[in-house]
Design a protein around this ligand. Sequence first.
Ligand code: FAD
Length: 389
Amino acid sequence: MPRFPGVDYIQFDSLLSEQELLVRQTARQFVDERVVPIIREAYNNAIFPTGLIREMGELGFFGANLEGYGCAGMNSVEYGLIMQELERGDSGLRSFASVQGALVMYPIHTYGSEEQKQRWLPKLQSGAAVGCFGLTEPDFGSNPAGMRATAEKRGDEWILNGEKTWITNGSAADVAIVWARAAEGVRGFLVEKGTPGFETSDIHGKLSMRASVTSSLHFSGCVIPESYRLPGAQGLASALGCLTQARFGIGWGVLGAAMDCYETARSYTLMRKQFGDKPLAGHQLVQEKLAWMITEITKGQLLALQVAKLKEAGRVEAAHVSMLKRNNVSIALECARLSRDLLGANGIMDEYPIMRHMCNLETVKTYEGTDHIHALVIGERVTGLPAYR
Ligand SMILES: Cc1cc2nc3c(=O)[nH]c(=O)nc-3n(C[C@H](O)[C@H](O)[C@H](O)COP(=O)(O)OP(=O)(O)OC[C@H]3O[C@@H](n4cnc5c(N)ncnc54)[C@H](O)[C@@H]3O)c2cc1C
C-alpha cells in the first residue's frame, strides 16, 4: 500500500472513477517505493535517476494520454494524477515525463508522418529512447517568436543553424524536437543524437531542478533529411500547441509538490511541541497556515479537474490551461514557503522534501510560460487586448 495518505478535504476522490483512483494508486506506490528513497541523494548530487526511466515506461507513464503505438490511452484525469504523484516525488521526474510525453511524443503523434510515429513512439513510450524539446534560445525565452535558429531547404535536405538553451534532457536525448525558422515560417524537425553538426553541452550550477538534465543544443550546418521534418507542424502555433499539453500536466503536477509540503508540515507540527505540552499544530497562527494550504490545494484540485473535463470534451482553451498552470504553481510555491516556516530550522534540511520542492518550483514558475506571461494570456482572454509588447 502507498505510504502517502493523499490530501482530500472535500471528498475530491468521490469525483474520480475507480480506474482513475487505480492509476493514481499505481503512480503513488511507484513514487513511495522507487523515488522517495533515492531522490534526496540524486538531487544533492545533481543526477537524474536514469534507472527509473524503463520502469516508468513499463507503467505507461510516458505519453499516457496518447492512443496507439504502445501508449496507454488514458484520459486527461488519469494523466494528470500521474503527473501529480511524480511531482510529489520530484519536479525533475515530472519534467522528464512531461517532456517525453507532451513535448516529444505529442508532436510526433500530432504532426508526424506515419514513418516517424512508427520509428519513435514505441521506443519513447517504453523509455528505450529519450527525447527533448528545443524551443528556447539564449535571446528568446518568453518570446520564442523572435527565434534565430534557421532551417534552410536545399533539395531534399534542410540545413539547421543556431542554438537552443535550457533544454530539459538535452544531452540525454536520442531525439530532439527542434523548432527553427524556415523561409515558410517556423518548422519542427527531428534531430537524432550523433547527427554531424549537432552538439550538446550541459548547464551546471543549478540550485533548482537538480535531479534533471538541462542542456544547450548547438547546430552548425546540421543536415537533416526532409523525412525528418514534422510534416503537420506549421508555424509557431504548432510548438505552442505542445506547450499547452505540457502546461496541463504541470497544473496537476505541482499539486503533488504542494501536497507533500502540506502533509510534511501538518505531521511535523502535530508532533513538535514548544511552550509546554501543546503541539505547534494547536496554535492559531500555525492552523491559519495549514488552513490556507489545504484550501488552496483543494481549489487547485477542482481547477485541474475542470480543465481536464474540458480537455476530454475537446473544449479546453490555451487560456484555461494558463490559469491552471499559473495558479497552481503559485499556490504550490507558497505552500512550500509556509511549510518551510512551520518546520523552523528543520525546514531548511534536506531530510525533509520542502526546500527541494521550493527550489524546483522556482523553475516551474519560470518554464513553460512564466507567471507574468500566463497573466497576460488571461488578461488578453478577458479584455481582448494583447499586452505582451
Ligand atoms: C530548468 C529549466 C528547464 C527548461 N526546459 C526547457 C525545455 O525543455 N525546452 C525549452 O524550449 N525551454 C526550456 N526552458 C526554458 C524556459 O521555458 C524559459 O526559461 C522561459 O520561457 C522564460 O524565458 P527566459 O528564461 O529567457 O526569461 P525572460 O523571457 O527573459 O523573462 C525574464 C522575466 O521577464 C518577464 N517578462 C518577459 N516578458 C515580459 C512581458 N512582456 N511582460 C511582463 N514580464 C515579462 C518574465 O515573466 C520573467 O519574469 C527551461 C528552463 C529551465 C529553468
